[in-house]
Design a protein around this ligand. Sequence first.
Ligand code: IVH
Length: 664
Amino acid sequence: MDITEAKSRIEELSQQLHHYNYEYYMNDRSLITDQEFDLMMNELIGLEEQFPELKASDSPSQRVGGTINKAFETVVHSTQMLSLANTYSEDELTEFDNRVAKGLEGQPYEYICELKFDGVAISLQYENNTLVRAITRGDGTKGDDITDNAKTIKSIPLKINSPLHNLEVRGEVFMSKTVFEQLNKERAEADEELYANARNTASGSLKMQDSSLVAKRKLDCYLYMLLADGHKTHEEALLRMAEWGFNVSQTYKKCSSIQEVFAYIENWSEKRHTLPVETDGIVIKVNNLDQQRLLGFTAKTPKWAIAYKYQAESACTQLRSITYQVGRTGAITPVAELEPVLLAGTTVKRASLHNANEIERLDLHYNDFVFVEKGGEIIPKVTGVDIEQRKPDALPIEYITTCPACETPLVRKEGEAAHYCPNTENCPPQITGRIEHFIHRNAMDIDSLGERTIQLLFEKGWLQRPSDLYKLTFEQLIQLEGFKELSVNNLLNGIEESKKAPFEAVLFGLGIRYVGKTVAEKLIEHFGTIDALMNASFEELVSVQEIGDRIAESVIAYFEIEENKEEIERLKKAGLNFETTLHTKESNSLEGLSFVISGVFKNYEREELKKLIKSHNGKVVSSISKNLDYLIAGDKMGPSKKEKAEKLQVRIISEEDFESLLSK
Ligand code: IVH
């Protein structure tokens, strides 16, 4: 394909993908299947890689990210990003209304009420109807330029359709409750620390350095402010924004009195919990912009708007008992079993107590009446005890000392809050937990097998470890109660199919602590095979992007255990994939050579360069030593690196030099 053909194909694909994205995110309409969409997107990405000069800054391919941004540039906001005065009381709202009435000297006025979305404020600048810059709130005067990350948010339009062409909008980036729950579920399965709430997770995600990781976080965005001329009221601004392609929440309402505002508050006090986004209150804004100007600002907040916050929802209920769950790693989690109570729209029967320290902190006694709260968090938590309702003879909770499942004495590792059951090999919930993890959708994905069947097979003595799955026979399974020929064949087919799962899935399925899906992918990208990973040193592990000490230690500890190595051998024999197909060796042209990559490159992302080196059998290392063969220097390379390389007489080469090295 020549460049003119490529140009017209790229334009065609971009236009179609923009259209499908818009319909999907704004109108909830899927005009093509996911697979068709991915095919088109891959074709576009391929063409843009081939002809980098044709890649537009608003190309739909920007949605998948891939830019690494080490330090975000600080930029000054066009106008300050203010915050709002807060109140929890209706009396104070009435006072606000009185101040507005007084400030407007008898003019009639209206309010627009909106929900207060619990996310991170963002400002988006469009030039020629194209998104050119996205800035975080920062300190209100200046924020971080996070444009590449914002482009991965599908509900932020890269292109708009406005007669103004140049404008700025502001709104809130958030993570939906379902995405947050799913993310935490995956983290729990990988034994990674759970995120506290959706807001902080959204905020942390927006500041990640690798935009392709941001894309995976599936953030969302509502816009609620238009900085442009040509409209007289805030309501008009909302209508214009929606018309031009921005995602405007349709939960706002015009109110012509403070009584109507109270009704809006009441109306949403429960209903807001059914929305996909966390909300913590409502925002009341004077509708007319001239009146807004007349009312003006205090130093930090507008006098024409205020936020009313709902009280954090809390309820009091009685503790029935404490149960203890044993995870697949042996970690014990105490759970408060409660008298059912209605809270923030759902009935709460259980709340996590995290660990023994938490029980101690609460000074929890048997049959206590406890306060449970649901803030931004999904899982309700016990926040305190109503001592007044405690019987004088009530006894403090005594933490268990032996495993509730296998009665092995519990241990507490230094520096960790949780108690553990050390009986890794024989404690039933640990065994079944590991198998449940192994068959999980993100791992071997054997959906014909469920928790109940695993339990049954375990009780029969047929299932002790994942590799036993591959030994199950028709004759065995047909003996199980409730199993007919069809269900047995289904199960066996599912197990057989799982052998095709890629190495990433297998590695995740092994259940190494802290090795979640993304970490598994990163490790594989670097090491390629289980043998290389098994032999990796601590230094080599931490040289991989996103791999820290904690993960490296856990990987090493895992492979030090003989049983784990034996299990891998058994799984290899069963035919599972322990090698990646991601970077099959293309040539040996870089064999024996080591490289450090530094700076920014014209034709490659850093990860691409790394892959390229590895696929030609070269080695990528992170620090400069006298044994290093080449330092590939891009733009903006740090001066200290250059100095060190020169001192140690390491060859410094350009991107072009590297390319000619490759083709030798
Ligand atoms: S208007 C000058 N509307 O709340 C007023 N803010 O405490 C600008 N927020 O920084 C804000 N939902 O991050 C406005 N519907 C909404 C909002 C909203 C959430 C956040 C925003 C702002 C903070 C103010």
